[in-house]
Structures are given as C-alpha cells and as structure tokens.
Design a protein around this ligand. Structure first.
Ligand code: COA
Ligand code: ZN
Length: 309
C-alpha cells in the first residue's frame, strides 16, 4: 500500500452546502466564508452553481458570488446542469465548469429532469464554448457508487458516462457518492478499475449519510486517489435535507491527512476558524468533529476550542 505525499482538496461547501441549506444564505455571508476558506489555503473550490432559480433558489446569486470571488489564490468552479448554465457561468467569469450528469437514469431525471442521453447531447456545445473561452471542464458523475432509486449502479454505466466526458477532452472527473451509499470495497474496486481504464485526473466526493465517508476516503487513498471534494463544517447534500447528508468536513480530512504525513497546503487552525465562522453565520451546530475537538497540539487546540478537552 503506497500513500501519496500530497493531496488536493476541492472545497465544495459554497456550492454543495449552501444549495442544500433550507434558508437562502445571504450573499455577504457566502463571500465571507469563501474568503476565509481561501485564506486558509484552499486552492480550488466549487463556489456556486448556475441552475434554475426555481429548482434551487439558494443559488440565485451565482453571478454575484463568482464576480467577487477571491483570485488568483483559488480557482473557482461552478456546477452546471445544462448548456444554459454553462453559458451563464462562463459569462460570469468562472475558471471552470463542473458539468453534472448522473450515472443512473432515474437520478438524472430527478435531478435535472432529463435522460442521460439528453444531458450528454449538450456536451459538444458545452465543451466548444469552454474551449473557446479557455475554461476548464470537469465532469461530475453523480450516484457513481449507488442510486437512491435504483440501488446498485453498474460500473459499465459509470464508465460510459465517464467516456462521454473523457472523449471530449475533460480536464478531470468527479466520482460522486451523492447519497452516501459507498463502502470501502466498492470504493477500492471502482477507483482501481477507473485508473486502469482512464488516464485523467479525478476526485472522490463522499457524503456521510451512512457514516462511511471517512473510511471511504481512506480506501480511495490506498487505491491511488489524490484529490478529494470536502466541505467546511461537513455541510452539504441533497437540497432540503440539511446535515443528515453532509460531505466530509474539510477540517476533519485535513487533520487526518496532515497527521498521516500527507500535505494539503492548508492551515488547519485557520480552516477551523473558517468552519466556526460558518457555524456562527448558519446559526446551527455543524457535523464537523475537529472544529469541536481541535487540532492535536494542546496549545493550538486551546487557541480555537474554548472548552475543556
Ligand atoms: N440556469 C438558470 N436558469 C435556467 C437554467 C440554468 N442552468 N436552466 C434552465 N433555466 C431556466 C429556463 O430558462 C426556464 O426559465 P423560465 O421559466 O423563466 O423560462 C426555467 O429554468 C425552466 O427551464 P427548463 O429547461 O424547462 O428546465 P426544467 O424546469 O426542466 O429544470 C434544470 C431543469 C436542470 C434547469 C433544473 O432541474 C435545475 O436547475 N436543476 C439543478 C439541480 C441541482 O443543482 N442539483 C443539485 C446539484 S447535483
Ligand atoms: Zn455532493
């Protein structure tokens, strides 16, 4: 088992977390949290999404958020569900697009109201547009480890969707466990098979609906993954199901990786402070653990956690 020396973190709280928060998070608060995350060393972020404001009203300020996003320390990506989203995102000035399509028909229909075939039919135009404007394109393969409607998703279905992106020149892919159905053996298998089949950068996106997210991350690491999507405080999930379905908390992942000798380039103390600011702004206790217990060093822990340990 060989572990990497370095891991890249993609911070997704501003998209995955704020989209699923029951109340609209004021744009000012979004900016504050984005800036705090970037100050702590985050270099790539899913900063918002360009989606129908009727479907996800929480993201209706996408253009404003992108226009004021802190640069150049961080690359700002936006999730898009279709060509219209790609056009709006590029107009607003994103560094890259995350084009989301589900690996199962039923989930794609529930999420974007189209068949997989209809969604992939947009890809040529999306890629042309992105190339013309010199923007990156990442393909997000939702429900790659299991679908809440269908159950198991055949690897062949995940890989045929991956091929739709890779054959058009995608810069990277995301293997997403959208509703937290993965377990370590499934993760090891999919990551190993994916690496045999595709020579493209990829990240893993784990939700913690069933408590397996951190062990899944470890399984992915040992199978050769080096990029992970995580969210400050562990927020995120399906719209209108807050907390129950959070992402891996960025600060928990950074704590573990750094202690394993794997560099993230992120300052844990300032990340914890960013998570605490997020908690304050959202007005609710968040699932993150390290933001409560603190880092390993007792002196540092006292600086950020004002309780007896
Ligand atoms: N951004 C902003 N507006 C959009 C849009 C986009 N990407 N795509 C469509 N719209 C607008 C249309 O212009 C239309 O507006 P109108 O009613 O003022 O004319 C309206 O939304 C409906 O368009 P339509 O193409 O019929 O879409 P739909 O109602 O079938 O919804 C999606 C499809 C994909 C737009 C919608 O389901 C969606 O935004 N889903 C996002 C899902 C998501 O973010 N999930 C979580 C992350 S994985
Ligand atoms: Zn997610």
């Amino acid at each position: 088992m060989e572990l990497p020396n370095q891991v890249k973190i993609r911070e997704v709280a501003p998209r995955d977390g704020f989209q699923s928060w029951p109340d609209f998070v004021p744009t000012e608060h979004k900016r504050e949290i984005i800036a705090a995350a970037v100050d702590s060393g985050i270099q790539e972020m899913e900063t918002t999404s360009f989606v129908s404001p009727k479907a996800i009203p929480q993201m209706r300020d996408a253009a404003e958020v992108i226009q004021t996003a802190p640069r150049p320390a961080c690359l700002h990506f936006a999730l898009v569900p279709n060509l219209k989203g790609a056009q709006l995102a590029i107009e607003a000035g994103v560094d890259g697009l995350v084009v989301v399509i589900s690996s199962s028909e039923q989930h794609n229909m529930a999420n974007v109201r189209r068949s997989i075939k209809e969604s992939t039919a947009d890809l040529d135009e999306i890629f042309n547009l992105a190339r013309k404007k010199n923007r990156r394109v990442t393909g997000a393969l939702a429900v790659a480890f299991g679908c809440p409607y269908q159950g198991d998703v055949p690897t062949a279905d995940v890989f045929s969707l991956a091929e739709a992106f890779v054959s058009r020149g995608a810069d990277s892919l995301i293997l997403a466990d959208t509703t937290g159905m993965a377990t370590p053996p499934r993760v090891s298998r999919l990551v190993q098979d994916f690496r045999k089949q595709f020579n493209v950068d990829f990240s893993l996106h784990f939700h913690n609906n069933r408590g397996t997210a951190m062990t899944n991350l470890y399984a992915a690491l040992t199978a050769g993954a080096t990029v992970f999507d995580t969210a400050l405080g562990g927020i995120g999930g399906c719209p209108n199901v807050p907390l129950a379905a959070g992402n891996l908390p960025t600060e928990d992942v950074v704590y573990m990786l750094e202690d394993m000798g794997i560099e993230t380039g992120i300052n844990l103390l300032s990340l914890i402070q960013a998570a605490k600011l997020l908690e304050k702004r959202l007005g609710q206790t968040l699932p993150g653990q390290v933001m409560k217990s603190g880092p390993r060093d007792p002196g540092e822990a006292l600086k950020v956690c004002h309780h007896s340990l």
